[in-house]
Design a protein around this ligand. Structure first.
Ligand code: ADP
Length: 227
C-alpha cells in the first residue's frame, strides 16, 4: 500500500520558557506515514517526541509548516475542525493507560464508540473482538484496578482503536512496564496494527522494540532523520 495517511511538512514549534527564553523544539520536521506502516520514533528524553506527536495528532498547532491527514491540510484549520478530524482519524496511547476507573475494561472501549453514535450492542461486540485480539477478553468485565499493568495497557490500545482511526499515535506505550510484559504488550500492539491496517507512529526508548517496527525515524536537532 502506498497511501500516505499522515504527512508533516516543515513543522516548526517553539516554546516560550519565560525568563529561561525560548526553545526551538521542532525545526522543519518532515514525515510521511503510510497505511499499514508501523514506525518507531526514537530520541532522547526532552528532544521533542511528545511535541511531535501532539502536532501529528492535531492537539496543538505548529508555528509553521503543515500537517495533512488523508491528504487534507488540517494544521491551519479551526479548533473545531481539528477536533473533528482527530476524533475520526486518530487514536492515542500514552505511557499510562488513563482508563476510566469506575468502568469495566469492555465499557472503556464501548463508551467512546457510543459517544460517536454506535449502538450499545454493536459497541460491546467490537469491544470484545478487540479484547480477544490482544488476549484480554477474559478480563472484559473487570475494572482497570483489577487488571495487571500489561492488561491495562492492552485495554488502552483497544480503546484507542475503538472508533477505527486511520492513525495510531503512541507515546512510550510500554515505558511503564517490565521487559517481559513490555514485549507481550508490544506483540499485542503489533497484532492490532497489522489486523486493522492502520498507520502507527510509536515513540519509544526501547531499541529492541524499535528494531521490530517497519522503520525507525530519529528526532535530531528538531528534524526527523531515517534511523
Ligand atoms: P520528549 O517527549 O522527547 O521527552 P517533549 O516534546 O516533551 O520531549 O519536550 C521537548 C522540549 O520542549 C522540552 O525541553 C520541554 O521542556 C519543552 N516543552 C514541551 N512542552 C512545553 C510547553 N507546553 N511549554 C514549554 N515548554 C515545553
Amino acid at each position: 500500500m502506498n497511501d500516505v495517511v499522515l504527512k508533516l511538512e516543515g513543522v516548526e514549534k517553539r516554546y516560550n520558557k519565560g525568563l529561561a527564553g525560548e526553545i526551538h523544539v521542532l525545526r522543519g520536521a518532515e514525515l510521511r506515514l503510510k497505511a499499514g506502516e508501523m514506525v518507531a520514533l526514537v530520541a532522547p528524553s526532552g528532544a521533542g517526541k511528545s511535541t511531535l506527536l501532539h502536532m501529528a495528532g492535531l492537539l496543538d498547532a505548529p508555528d509553521a509548516g503543515a500537517v495533512e491527514i488523508g491528504g487534507q491540510m488540517l494544521s491551519g484549520k479551526s479548533d473545531r475542525q481539528r477536533t473533528k478530524a482527530r476524533r475520526q482519524d486518530i487514536g492515542f496511547v500514552y505511557q499510562f493507560h488513563h482508563l476510566l476507573p469506575e468502568f469495566s475494561a469492555l465499557e472503556n472501549i464501548a463508551l467512546p464508540q457510543m459517544a460517536n453514535g454506535v449502538a450499545k450492542g454493536a459497541a460491546s461486540e467490537r469491544g470484545r473482538a478487540l479484547l480477544e485480539t490482544v488476549g484480554v477478553a477474559h478480563r472484559a468485565d473487570h475494572r482497570p484496578a483489577e487488571l495487571s499493568g500489561g492488561e491495562q495497557q492492552r485495554v488502552a490500545f483497544c480503546r484507542a482503536l475503538a472508533n477505527k482511526p486511520r492513525i495510531l499515535l503512541a507515546d512510550e506505550p510500554t515505558g511503564n512496564l517490565d521487559p517481559t510484559t513490555s514485549d507481550q504488550v508490544f506483540d499485542a500492539l503489533m497484532t492490532l496494527v497489522r489486523e486493522t491496517g492502520l498507520a502507527a507512529l510509536v515513540a519509544t526508548h526501547n531499541m529492541e522494540l524499535a528494531a521490530r517496527m517497519d522503520r525507525v525515524v530519529r528526532l535530531e536537532n528538531g528534524q526527523l532523520v531515517d534511523g
